[in-house]
Design a protein around this ligand. Structure first.
Ligand SMILES: [Fe+2]
Ligand SMILES: [Fe+2]
Length: 368
């Protein structure tokens, strides 16, 4: 198919509109302003201090390759390891690269909006003032992420897709449930895990410098979000009854199943013209998807373990999905690495810009 036939931002009318999900649960006020956990207040302080502005932090003047806007190595293209890919001429491969980038970044965009809505819901439902403080910084973080992924799609990729049904289904369940801990579990553990996996692949494996830097900065924020979910849920889940634990384990397992089996780019392959079913089958056995699943579950499974959702039902369910081996991964080391890498990239970027400015000043002086 020709790239010009593909959905483009100019043809986004069908993506416009709203999606209404009824929400339950109480809006909780507290009159106790004194009870504060040091860990939450520290996280809140970090959240305030580490806000960044994509308009100024990123160098949007960098040109990207329109046929490969992320600098995506072939190994990460879902259909690259196939005869179908071998037969495609380079012009068609460029269409696949651009549309894969468009599909992925569209899911990041919609997922970030889901996080924005859920974080606002957490502010409303969470009992403690310290957690309300912290969650309000996350609302701002997620708004900045929505803004930046939207800009990236518009200016650098130029192709946009609607939300994929697996992600929409998860968001629907998370937002609709009246129990605050389901919102936390769904958002702060499962969808944040999806975010960590996706953005770390962008940061570590894409070759475009803008994509790498952007995702590194987003990841630094996401590390705080995951930490919040852990602090809040670890305590709450320690004292659950067996029936309550089982209900939460079933919910988390269903989400793991959906992310393991159904996050395969359905809309992407249906919009391109290479035989959707064949592309989906190739995607399911691709090395690229194995990389994604490895990154996803090496974040999510240890998180489930650390919040005490690791009873016999969970272990059996994870075992049947082949995911139990991730239980021993050390998530704190990963979170620390996310923060360190973001700071390193920021310093490199500052040095690069300073050198550019010095170079321009020197040229100006020479010309005098
Ligand atoms: Fe986010
Ligand atoms: Fe987040």
């Amino acid at each position: 198919m020709d790239a010009s036939n593909a959905p483009t931002p100019a043809g986004l009318a069908e993506l416009a509109g709203t999606w209404a999900v009824p929400v339950g649960g109480d809006a909780l006020f507290t009159w106790d302003y004194d009870q504060r956990s040091d860990r939450l207040i520290n996280l809140y302080a970090k959240g305030k201090q580490r806000q960044w502005d994509a308009d100024t932090r990123l160098d949007w003047s960098r040109e990207v390759d329109p046929g490969d806007p992320l600098g995506m190595p072939d190994e990460l293209i879902w259909i690259a390891d196939s005869e179908l890919w071998d037969r495609l001429p380079e012009t068609e491969r460029q269409v696949v690269r651009r549309h894969t980038a468009g599909w992925m970044y569209s899911q990041f965009l919609h997922g970030e909006q889901g996080a924005l809505v859920c974080a606002a819901q957490v502010v409303r439902m969470v009992p403690g003032i310290d957690a309300k403080f912290y969650a309000s910084t996350q609302v701002m973080d997620e708004a900045r992420h929505v803004e930046a992924y939207d800009r990236y799609l518009r200016e650098k990729i130029g192709v946009r897709y609607p939300i994929t049904s697996s992600l929409q289904g998860l968001l629907d369940t998370i937002v609709r449930d009246p129990r605050w801990d389901f919102t936390y579990l769904g958002m702060q553990v499962l969808l944040e895990g999806l975010a960590l996996a996706s953005f770390s692949i962008q940061r570590d494996l894409m070759t475009d410098p803008l994509a790498k830097a952007f995702n590194a900065y987003v990841l630094e924020d996401e590390a705080r979000h995951v930490a919040f979910g852990q602090i809040a849920l670890r305590e709450h889940y320690r004292d659950l009854t067996e029936a309550e634990r089982r209900e939460r384990e079933e919910f988390a397992l269903e989400a793991c199943y959906v992310l393991n089996e159904r996050y395969v780019g359905n809309e992407l392959w249906h919009s391109l013209d290479y035989g959707a079913q064949e592309c989906i089958e190739i995607t399911k056995r691709s090395a690229a998807l194995r990389v994604f699943r490895y990154r996803l579950f090496s974040r999510v499974v240890p998180a489930l373990r650390s919040i005490h959702l690791f009873g016999p039902r969970m272990q059996e369910g994870l075992g049947s999905l082949g995911l139990l081996r991730f239980a021993r991964e050390d998530q704190n080391t990963m979170i620390e690495a996310d923060e360190r890498i973001a700071r390193e990239i920021e310093l490199l970027e500052l040095a690069r810009r300073r050198a550019e400015i010095d170079g321009a000043v020197a040229l100006g002086e020479e010309a005098r």
